[in-house]
Write a protein that binds this ligand. Structure first.
Ligand code: ATP
Ligand code: MG
Length: 556
């Protein structure tokens, strides 16, 4: 991956009628990626507690399950759902489905029975592969799911039909090697064939299923590698010899960041991914020390928790080379702290489910010099900033809606022609994020269009005020939200969480904002939350829930 000019070549292909720049050497399909991964042989693909699975054993389990899906009549384009915590079976089921041309539908493991049922019904899945906890949630809703023919459950006790044990097909977790050698059934797959339906996080409304292609996912392998190489070159260092690494993958695989930006690249390069039953900082420290983990991250909260933990220095974390995250706004000083505390390469990136993860990304010096930026676009992506109604492109430096284009942009939303027509225009995705670009193309996300506060006609972008609040040493969590005002329409208010034992008053924080920003941006009220702010599975603060703090009469 480190030979510039050889593997990092681009070419233009026509996707759904639109000429698109892509990575020339990205694997053409997830099936092709599975075959490449098989080449890593006896190296470990996953470590989960005391279960160590080799690439070869993983491949055989994928092939066996793919065969089973075919025997049950699964054809190209049929949907297979996947609902479990991060377990070694996750990438087995994911590749078994996609490598034979079926569409894998990873469902959010945090969802309730009703929400899982929505996902299963919306995507019309014929098979569900899940763990016992998800099974228990779905069972009461089976009558609402006539399309669902089989449920294959991993790590479960006694089961009643239609539920059956996944182990009966692929063997016991961590013990997949003795399966008979077989290959994935041969199915012709084109790069732009559909491969996945990932649901958006539902931060701004009902989650939408983004229909992703094989190319959308494999593109990320090269975009991430390009970004890593760029960081080294920008630092003026020689490129290191390619090496097998161990990564601690703690963010949920049902989100594109973990699956696309994390899992795909690891399988391609032969890295080992360590999964955790549940995120726990001290356990993460133990794993990093024991397995000599070289990278982790995912979302900013994880990095913060590692930095702030009082027992951090008891562990040898010197193997950490990179801590990268994205998916949610992060405090500007996080980048410096990562450098200081771990001596590791900090990285940040922007993307969304509709772009199957990374569109912009940067690390190291670039990021240290622009701590509020999410980086420049990867070479296969184009960005532009458009006015509100999408009729005019805005000049450098002006804030407007971010539009993105490239081989990572999905085909549209599953079963939502209305939302698809609104969001996807001639190969561009309208992101719903407000951003500006600088002269060198670095992207600064300032807010979501839906969260922008308009006070008497003046725009207030959340990140601008939140970044000032984060500058106060006591503040570890900050969210700016709009509260209704009769004459002004809306006014800014904030919710903050302070570091344990730290002190700050409302007045002091308001004065801090006033000293840096125009008076109309100063939060009229600041609520101190005893708890860290509520976040969804992808680390995003749930601003809709916070609004309730300011409207007691409406929530009573
Ligand atoms: P929904 O679309 O259902 O409301 P969602 O937009 O939160 O949910 P995702 O696709 O998981 O669902 O998240 C993408 C969003 O996350 C982006 O549109 C952006 O608002 C935010 N985001 C991603 N990366 C960053 C980043 N580096 N900095 C700031 N915000 C980010
Ligand atoms: Mg969104």
């Amino acid at each position: 991956l480190c030979a510039p000019g050889e593997r990092f070549e681009m070419e233009t292909v026509v996707i759904d009628g639109v000429p698109t720049r892509t990575w020339k050497h990205a694997p053409p399909s997830l099936r092709a990626l599975a075959e490449i991964a098989r080449g890593h042989g006896e190296r470990l693909v996953t470590i989960y507690e005391d279960e160590r699975v080799s690439y070869e054993a993983w491949y055989r389990a994928v092939a066996r399950l793919a065969q089973e899906f075919r025997d049950r009549g699964i054809k190209k384009g049929d949907r297979i759902a996947l609902a479990m915590r991060n377990l070694p079976e996750w990438p087995v089921a994911f590749f078994a489905a996609t490598a034979i041309g079926a569409i894998c539908v990873p469902l959010n493991a945090w969802w309730t029975g009703l929400e899982l049922t929505f996902g299963l019904a919306n995507s019309g899945c014929r098979i569900l592969v899940c763990d016992e906890e998800r099974l228990d949630r779905v069972l009461p809703h089976l009558p609402e799911l006539p399309a669902l023919e089989s449920i294959m459950v991993t790590r479960a006790g006694a089961l009643l039909p239609p539920a059956e044990h996944l182990e009966a097909v692929i063997g016991k977790p961590g013990d997949w090697a003795p399966l008979p050698d077989s290959a994935i059934p041969d199915v012709q797959i084109e790069p732009d064939d559909p491969a996945t339906i990932f649901y958006t996080s539902g931060t701004t409304g009902q989650p939408k299923g983004a229909l992703g292609s094989h190319r959308n996912l494999t593109t990320n392998i090269f975009s991430s590698a390009w970004s890593a190489v760029r960081a080294v070159l920008r630092r003026g260092d020689p490129l290191p010899e390619p090496a097998f690494k161990t990564t601690l993958l703690v963010i949920p695989l049902f989100h594109v960041t973990a699956c696309s930006a994390g899992l795909m690249g690891a399988l391609f390069a032969g890295h080992t991914a360590v999964y955790m039953r549940k995120w726990d900082v001290v356990k993460a420290f133990e794993i990093i020390e024991r397995e000599k983990v070289s990278s982790t991250g995912g979302v900013p909260t994880i990095a913060w928790q590692m930095i702030e933990h009082p027992d951090r220095e008891k562990y040898d974390l010197s193997s950490l080379e990179a801590i990268a995250y994205g998916g949610a706004p992060s405090a500007p000083e996080l980048v410096r702290k990562i450098r200081e505390v771990f001596g590791a390469l900090p990285g940040n990136g922007w993307g969304m489910t509709e772009t199957m993860a990374t569109v912009t990304t940067h690390s190291s010096e670039d990021y240290l010099n622009r701590p509020t930026s999410a980086g420049p676009p990867v070479p296969v992506a184009d960005l532009k900033i458009m006015n509100e109604d999408g009729t005019r492109e805005l000049p450098v430096g002006e804030v407007g809606e971010l539009w993105a284009r490239g081989p990572m942009v999905v085909k549209g939303y599953w079963n939502r022609p209305d939302a698809t027509a609104e969001t996807f225009v001639d190969g561009w995705v309208r992101t719903g994020d407000l951003a500006r670009l600088d002269e060198e193309g670095f992207c600064f996300i300032v807010d979501r269009a839906k969260d922008i506060i308009i006070r008497g006609g003046e725009n207030i972008y959340s990140s601008e005020v939140e970044n000032v609040l984060y500058d106060h040493p006591a503040v570890t969590d900050a969210a700016l939200i709009g509260i209704p005002h009769l004459q002004l329409g809306e006014e800014p208010a904030a919710v903050v969480h302070l570091a344990p034992g730290a002190q700050a008053t409302e007045r002091e924080l308001q004065d801090l904002v006033r000293s840096r920003l125009a008076g109309f941006k100063v939060p009229v009220r600041i609520v101190f939350s005893k708890e860290t702010l509520p976040r969804n599975a992808n680390g995003k603060i749930l601003k809709r829930e916070l609004k309730a703090l300011f409207l007691p009469e409406q929530t009573a």
